[in-house]
Structure formats: C-alpha cells, structure tokens
Design a binder for this molecule. Structure first.
Ligand SMILES: Cc1ncc(COP(=O)(O)O)c(C=O)c1O
Length: 426
C-alpha cells in the first residue's frame, strides 16, 4: 500500500481550483482528456519563450529543439517499453491511424482481410475500414454483452490466412473493459497479420509494455495522461523500416523515425508530453514505499513510470469500486461494464431508466460535475450493440488520480436526486 496523497496531487493541477457558480468543479471527464499539471504547462510555455525554432538549424534554439525531440523520444520509449527510434509523433491518435492506413493500403490486395472490433473507438475502426477501397474485406469481432468483452471464439473464427491486419483496443473508453491483447496478437501473428493496439484509454490507467504484448503498432494520446494534445505511436522497427509512409521528397525525412513525420511537429507539445511522463515517474518515486523494492535512487525511469501508473491505478480503482458499489444499490440505474473482478479501468458507465443521458450530463454539468454522455466515438458498441442512441447513449464517469471520494459522493447525491424525481423532458 502506498502513502498516496491526493491533496498533494491536486495541488499540482491549477485547473482543479476552478469553480462554477460558486461550486468546485469535479473533473470526472478524464477519459475525454485529463487535467494538466503546472509543470507540464510551464514546460510548454518555456519552450515557446526560450527554445522556439524549427529543427535541424545551426543556431542555439534549433539545436535545443533537436535535443528536446531526441530526449522526448527516449522518455516516450521508456513509457512504452520500446526503443527510442520506434516512437513517432502526430497531431492525434486518429490522425496517426489514418497515416498508418494510408501507408499500409499500398500493400493491400483485393480479397485481403482486415479484422476490427465492435468494442473499438472509431479511431481504430474507420482508418482500417477504408482499406475496403483497396479491395480488403472487413470483419468486426462481436462483443459478448453479458461479459462486456470481445468474443474470443468469434475472433478465432474470423482469422484466416488472408488476414493482413488486426486492430483492437487495449481498454474500452466507453465501458472500461480491458482486453487480453497478448492472446489476440499471438494468433494474429500465427497467420502473418500486422497488429494495431489502441491504447489511448489504457495508457491513462495501466503501464504499457509493447514488447511484452508483442504488438507491431500501438497508439496513445498524451492528453489522456496529463499531457497536451498529441498522438504518440509505437511502430516495431522491422515494420517501420518497410512502411510506405506518405512523404514529401526530403532526404532528411526518409529514415525511421522521421519518415512518419509530415511537416513541422508540435515541438512544445512533445516537450510537454515528456514532462507529463516525468510527472508520473516522480509520483512513482514519491509514493512508492514497498520495502522489497530497490531504493528509490536505484529505480530506472521505466520502473518509476510503472510504479507511478500502478499507484495511480490502485487509488483510482478504490474510488471506482466505491462508485460502482453505490450505483448497484440505486433504483433505475444500469451499469454497463465488465463483471466485477474482471480486468478493467476506473471508467464507470451507466444509464438511468427513462432519463436521457444527455439530460443527466447537463444536470451534472450545471452542478459543477463534469462527466460525458453519448457514444464517445465507441459508436458501434453504444449505438448498435447496446442500442442506446435513442436514450442519449451512456453516462460516463472517469476517475483520475486527482479525484476525491467527496467528488464521487457529490456525483452520487445528484444521481440519487435524478432517480427520485425525473427531470422535465425525461
Ligand atoms: C480509446 C480511444 N481511442 C482513440 C481515441 C482518439 O484519440 P485522439 O483524440 O488522439 O485521436 C480516443 C479518444 O477519446 C479514445 O478514447
């Protein structure tokens, strides 16, 4: 058990002090994007004041920008468990997925098969589905709704010697389900398919080890883990070398990892991303009091990151478990997510019988409780599988390391008011 200090963590986030009509704001919208620590904001500002320049120049600010890019790549590689040259940046994970799809499309032959899933965000569906234009056949793995998990047997039945790519998520941003991606990847590789793991939701909650799960590609977005708006992608170097990325004809941009880059990168956000990862590592060092471990100074950056992620996750899960256990007791509430005891994130989604989820989110928002309603771009799951479109989709509450039990109680109080008296329009 760590000596986790949520008040200390809250002090690191300037936005936490925000009030709405005199009410403190409870940011339960983490799965849509977390708040940002001051040290990350400071680094972004510092870059723009002290170092602002394009890369590759002979003068001081440009040389520093090159160094910042190199260091950020190393720090991101420590976050992902890969080599620095296997890390590339783009404006968002969706943009990165489309870039990858453009590159891979060049090798698609009519009749090749692509597997996506009904659990995924559109970011990890739409780019691959468009490979139909090159003649690919798209198959989507179904969700077992009782368990709110991908149906592994259905996946196995969809694999074939023609499967060229399998795209699946590590954790669902709609219902929090964590998928055992390793076993999916193993089978995909047996038929020679490339694997793409969407870790955008997962990366906010659990440590990632791309070599352990053995994926070829993994995407994540730092704005979900205390950083700025950016997309980070891991591409296994043997694949990256061969990848036919769309490129301007410039010699300095033809090699790995620069061959993924189109135009000038957002240096300030890449710098801010490295700082967000250091924030996680520092929390790991600060709150780790496991006597069996090496002394703090001996921990590597990666060990500190893993410890930080695990400490945050343990704290978040305590709050999320409490939230779920209270919601289970309430009338008219239906929780959507994996069964208790299953691997999951601290994201809790539910509906209130006969109250449109949009109305619930608006009511919560008016009380300073920020939570989302809708399909969150996990549109296949929410609109088609769960058929919740007419009800405004799901109400999604995300627990982040800066949230408190009091905030969860405030949410529960408002939900209990809503379940007692339906609002007009319900
Ligand atoms: C699971 C998941 N995948 C992908 C995305 C898209 O990420 P980006 O906004 O960086 O394109 C999101 C964003 O919410 C997400 O939650």
């Amino acid at each position: 058990m760590s000596n986790y200090d949520v008040q200390y963590i809250r002090e690191q986030f300037p936005s936490i002090k925000k009030k709405l009509a005199g009410l403190p704001v409870a940011y339960l919208d983490g799965p849509g994007g977390t708040q940002v620590p001051k040290r990350v904001i400071d680094k972004i500002t510092e870059y723009l004041i002290e170092t602002n320049a394009n890369e590759g120049g002979a003068f001081e600010t440009s040389v520093k920008t090159d160094k910042i890019m190199e260091e950020a790549r190393i720090i991101c590689s420590e976050f992902l468990g890969c080599k620095a040259h296997e890390v590339a940046f783009g404006s968002s994970s969706t943009t990165n997925s489309f870039m990858l799809a453009f590159a891979l499309m060049k090798d698609i032959l009519p009749g090749d098969e692509i597997i996506v899933t009904d659990l995924d965000h559109l970011c990890n569906r739409s780019p691959w589905i468009q490979l139909q234009d090159a003649g690919a056949i798209i198959k989507s793995v179904r969700v077992n709704v009782e368990e709110m998990k991908l149906d592994f047997d259905d996946y196995k039945s969809k694999l074939s010697p023609r499967t060229r790519l399998v795209a699946l998520n590590y954790a669902s941003n709609a219902v929090g389900t964590i998928t055992d991606v390793k076993k999916y990847i193993e089978l995909a590789h047996e038929v020679g398919a490339i694997t793409v793991v969407d870790a955008v939701h997962y990366a906010a909650h659990k440590p990632i080890d791309v070599k352990e799960i053995n994926t070829d590609i993994l995407i994540c977005s730092p704005y979900k883990f205390f950083g700025p708006h950016l997309g980070v992608v891991y591409i296994r170097d043997s694949l990256f070398d061969k990848l036919k990325t769309i490129k301007v004809d410039a010699d300095d941009l033809l090699e790995v990892p620069h061959k993924f880059q189109t135009g000038t990168p957002c240096f300030e956000n890449i710098y801010g991303t490295a700082e967000a990862i250091k924030f996680i590592a520092d929390a790991g060092e600060m709150f780790d009091h496991d006597g069996d471990k090496k002394s703090e100074s001996q921990l590597t950056l990666r060990e500190k990151i893993i410890t930080g992620m695990n400490i945050f996750d343990e704290y978040e899960e305590r709050l999320a478990f409490y939230l779920r256990s209270q919601l289970y007791k309430m009338p008219k509430i239906k929780i959507y997510g994996p069964q208790e005891g299953s691997e999951r994130t601290s994201t809790v989604s539910f509906t209130i019988d006969k109250i449109n989820s949009d109305i619930v989110a608006k009511h919560l928002g008016s009380k300073g409780i920020y939570a989302w309603a809708g399909h969150f771009y996990a549109k296949t799951l929410v609109n088609e599988v769960l058929n919740l479109q007419k009800d405004g989709g799901l109400i999604r509450v995300g627990v982040s390391p800066y949230n408190t039990m009091q905030e969860i109680d405030r949410l529960l109080e408002e939900v209990s008011i809503l379940t007692a008296v339906p609002l007009p329009g319900a």
